[in-house]
Ligand binder design. Structure first.
Ligand SMILES: [Fe+2]
Ligand SMILES: [Fe+2]
Length: 472
């Protein structure tokens, strides 16, 4: 990396003046977007102790320092190329990977990159008010760390659009800054990215479940025959891991505080009376965010997914672990809805690629839930948290047309409407959460009453470190 570059990068940007100029032209629009739509109230007088990617060296790819958020050095980093890499799946299996976009797949690839790219700034927009309700400076820092890295992920996708898609790519890059989460005229592409995230329980659930959908998608894109896409997404996964750590441990810390409050009061008191977050409320949020994130994986049976796989654009997560990579003959069994009934059926696996990725995702989510339940066990609490059935509360795919309870049992529309808020957060739940978060905790080393401090601080710092400081 040449540190004097306006845009930090490991792609020799200075050797491609045209591209460099195009990206330097996009940069001020990006900064303007960050100021308008990024963390509200934390743009000018705050310095945040964040990590910044400076290379892709596994031994030291980032450094930590205090930064004013709009001055964060958003860069372009691709993982090192794999020498003689070949296509790992689909019809081009075993052929050399592509360094350029093949004309026949240009539209499909553009659509994949734009859809991925659109989620990155969307999440920053959804979270932009959260700083005013933070449970601690440690958590405030985590929020901003996630936000700046989502910003960098946008850069990663915009780099691909500018580099490989000419004029269309430049237009798409502009549109990525023009759409806005929740905007009626120009919403973000995927529904789940148009809802504001205004409580910290939702934020932790989002980073646990929705960022993990990001991981699913990035894993499958990192298998892509388009080598620059593969390399970009491989490095994004490094950052993504931390986002899920924030969610997983954030929920774990809330669960632990809830368990403490229950134990302290002899397991009889209403946790809400003590200012904590009761287990049923946590469970409802798991139900909500897990089901929303399942939707993000798309239709169970999809000819698009089949084409992406056949053409080498999008593989399965950890493709190398599968024994067979062309998947021409293989069938795959899954639940489908027929005449309002759920039936187990076999379809060609290529058409079920979204569901195959969803399987990977469900397993990955389960490991978090298992960890939270260990906390409950440690406190001698018999209740357990769990993932709802994957048919529950679905808005996309086969199960969008039916209603089930969290066990996956079919129920009528009438029962659903009557019982919905037993399973999903109600307006009253939200009101309660907002009430305990209405006052942010900015004192060094202090934590809100509904969450325990983390086991350790960031990068060797003590938990009572001044992670965000105000300059006046
Ligand atoms: Fe991201
Ligand atoms: Fe993320």
């Amino acid at each position: 990396m040449i540190s004097s570059d306006k845009i930090p990068n490991n792609v020799d940007l200075h050797l491609n003046k045209r591209l460099q100029r195009a990206l330097e032209h996009w940069q001020p629009a990006y900064i303007q977007w960050w100021q308008d739509m990024g963390p509200q109230g934390f743009q000018h007088f705050h310095q945040v102790y964040v990590r910044t990617a400076i290379s892709v060296d596994p031994k030291g790819w980032a450094h930590f320092e205090y930064v004013r958020l709009p001055e964060y050095r958003w860069g372009i980093f691709l993982a090192d190329p794999v020498i003689n890499r070949t296509v790992g799946f689909g019809d081009f299996y075993g052929k050399p990977v592509w360094q350029e976009v093949p004309g026949e797949f240009r539209n499909q690839l553009r659509r994949l990159i734009v859809t991925q790219g659109d989620t990155e700034p969307a999440s920053v927009e959804q979270q932009r008010w959260l700083g005013h309700r933070c449970p601690s400076l440690y958590d405030l820092r985590s929020l901003f760390q996630v936000n700046v890295e989502e910003g960098r992920h946008l850069w990663a996708m915009v780099y691909l659009l500018h580099s490989y898609f000419g004029r269309d790519g430049r237009d798409e890059a502009e549109d990525l800054l023009a759409r806005q989460s929740g905007n009626r005229d120009k919403p973000r592409i995927l529904d789940a990215f148009n809802e504001p995230i205004d409580t910290w329980l939702d934020f932790f659930m989002f980073t646990m479940f929705t960022d993990r959908d990001g991981k699913s998608q990035l894993l499958s894109l990192s298998e892509s025959a388009l080598d620059p896409l593969s390399r970009t997404t491989r490095f994004m996964l490094t950052e993504e891991a931390h986002h899920m750590f924030v969610g997983d441990t954030g929920i774990g810390r809330i669960v632990e505080r809830t368990a403490q409050l229950m134990k302290d009061t002899g397991y009889s008191e209403d946790v809400r009376k003590l200012g904590g977050i009761d287990l049923p409320t946590i469970q409802k949020h798991i139900n909500l965010w897990f089901s929303l994130s399942l939707d993000l994986h798309g239709n169970e049976v999809s000819t698009n997914a089949a084409a992406y796989f056949a053409n080498g654009l999008k593989g399965r997560a950890e493709e190398a672990k599968w024994s067979e990579h062309e998947v021409k003959e293989t069938a795959y069994e899954l639940d489908l809805v027929e005449d309002g009934q759920v039936k187990r059926q076999a379809v060609p696996m290529r058409n079920a690629m979204n569901e195959v990725l969803r399987d990977w995702y469900v397993d990955d989510c389960q490991s978090g839930v298992t960890r939270w339940n260990k906390i409950l066990e440690r406190y001698g609490i018999a209740d357990r948290l769990r993932l709802p059935d994957r048919k529950f509360n679905r808005g996309i795919g086969q199960f969008a047309s039916i209603h089930t309870d969290p066990d996956g049992t079919l129920i009528s529309e009438e029962t659903w409407l009557r019982r919905k808020y037993e399973w999903l957060p109600s307006p009253r739940d939200k009101e309660y959460l907002l009430s305990i978060m209405s006052r942010p905790v900015y004192e060094i080393g202090k934590f809100a009453n509904y969450i325990v401090p983390p086991a350790r601080g960031v990068k060797g710092t003590p938990v009572n470190f001044e992670y965000v400081r105000t300059e006046l």
